[in-house]
Design a protein around this ligand. Structure first.
Ligand SMILES: O=P(O)(O)OC[C@H]1O[C@H](O[C@H]2O[C@H](CO)[C@@H](O)[C@H](O)[C@H]2O)[C@H](O)[C@@H](O)[C@@H]1O
Length: 370
């Protein structure tokens, strides 16, 4: 990366400060479950606590989820009904969302795994359907659209294959504007390449190699190099071996105090201790698109994971736009709305496109504002 091709909104550059040892181990929803400790405290946590958190990390948690889906108890039904009242379906509240967008430019932010593609055992086989790709392609014709993923940017691009989108890989630590496609209003973002954790690249490569070797002895464990972060997957690891895997990861991480650990769906995520996440990436992209201090923008972020909560929280704190959580099960979230699964995400995107088409037809001379 040369200095010349980096375009960084000033405010953002200032806020990328190193915050070694200040970030929580598991950031979501831990206040309740007791993980409030900083990363140093996090590494000191007992392996049992790691394993408990690993168990709680995915709503797909096998048997319990299946049993709940098949025959939910009265308590579970009530809990679900209360949750849905607080986070109604974005499909059933579509009109409400649309009316909030009046006179505003909708900007779309989409997580990848579990949002555009279904969760599968093999991370290398998490393909999105052609129908979903068409929906996203059409969406980007009308609204600036960004993919915000924990995966490395090149890899998520290989799955999505749409050059007209913005991509924020490695949990937002690798942002690039579209290679081609519509020129959006004030779109200096087109030329953006922003990598706030580039100093960490050698360390992340080293940690990937060490973790790869170390976890080889745990059947089913998979280590994924996401360029500015590393994922240790345990979806295919027998639950009895989770504590062994946690020990292995912990023993490596204690040698790297400048890295921290967060958690996703059956995955431990190792990343630099810079104050940067999907929420910061969302703000960066809004700024790059020229919407920094505007009231005429409605950001909509759709995601399924703990790491997406950073973006939901930014929207909630700004009082602008909406977060939409993809989940079949009640979860503590800063999102306003919910969708149950990727197929519903696709329905929502299709409705947005259809609504925009019809409104442009009805007002042919009104600019679509992009
Ligand atoms: O931010 P995302 O785009 O949601 O990426 C988060 C992680 O997604 C991937 O792992 C998840 O999906 C896999 C495929 O369905 C699944 O096997 C795994 O259990 C999930 O955690 C990806 O492989 C990770 O690198 C991302 O960090």
């Amino acid at each position: 990366m040369t200095k010349q091709n980096v375009v960084v909104p000033e405010a953002m550059a200032i806020s990328v400060a190193a915050v070694a040892n200040s970030s929580p181990l598991f950031t979501y929803p831990p206040p309740r479950s007791g993980f409030g400790a900083g990363v140093a405290g996090g590494f000191a946590l007992k392996i049992n606590a790691w394993v408990e958190s690993m168990k709680a990390s995915s709503p797909t948690h096998a048997k319990a989820a299946a049993a709940l889906a098949a025959a939910p108890s009265v308590g579970a039904q009530e809990e679900h009904a209360t949750w849905i009242m607080r986070h109604p379906s974005a499909l059933s509240k579509f009109e409400q969302i649309i009316s909030a967008s009046r006179e505003k430019q909708i900007v779309m932010f989409l997580d990848y795994d579990g949002t555009l593609s279904p969760i599968v055992d093999d991370p290398d086989s998490a393909f999105m359907s052609e129908a979903m790709r068409d929906a996203v392609r059409n969406l980007a014709r009308y609204f600036p659209t960004a993919i915000v993923s924990g995966r490395c940017r090149d890899k998520v691009y290989k799955f999505v294959k749409l050059a007209e989108l913005y991509y924020a890989g490695s949990h937002g630590m690798d942002i690039k504007g579209p290679a081609r496609g519509p020129r959006y209003r004030k779109a200096k973002a087109k030329s953006v390449l922003f990598q706030p954790a580039s100093d960490f690249l050698p360390m992340i490569t080293e940690v990937y190699n060490v973790l790869f070797e170390k976890t080889k002895s745990t059947p089913g464990a998979k280590v994924e190099n996401n360029k500015f972060c590393v994922s240790v997957h345990y979806r295919c690891v027998d639950e009895k071996s989770w504590s062994v895997l946690a020990e292995q990861v912990k023993s490596v991480l204690k040698e790297y105090p400048k890295l921290r650990l967060t958690q996703g769906r059956k995955v431990l995520e190792i990343r630099p201790t810079i104050k940067w996440d999907k929420g910061k990436a969302l703000e960066f992209l809004l700024e790059s698109l020229g919407f920094a201090d505007c009231n005429d923008v409605l950001p909509v972020y759709i995601g399924d994971d703990r790491t997406d909560e950073d973006a939901f929280k930014v929207l909630r704190d700004r009082g602008q736009g909406f977060g939409i959580l993809v989940s079949k099960f009640p979860k503590e979230t800063n999102a306003s709305y919910s969708l149950r699964e990727p197929s519903e995400v696709m329905d929502f995107l299709l409705r947005l496109v259809e609504w925009k088409r019809l409104s442009l037809k009805a007002r042919p001379r009104v600019s679509i504002g992009i």
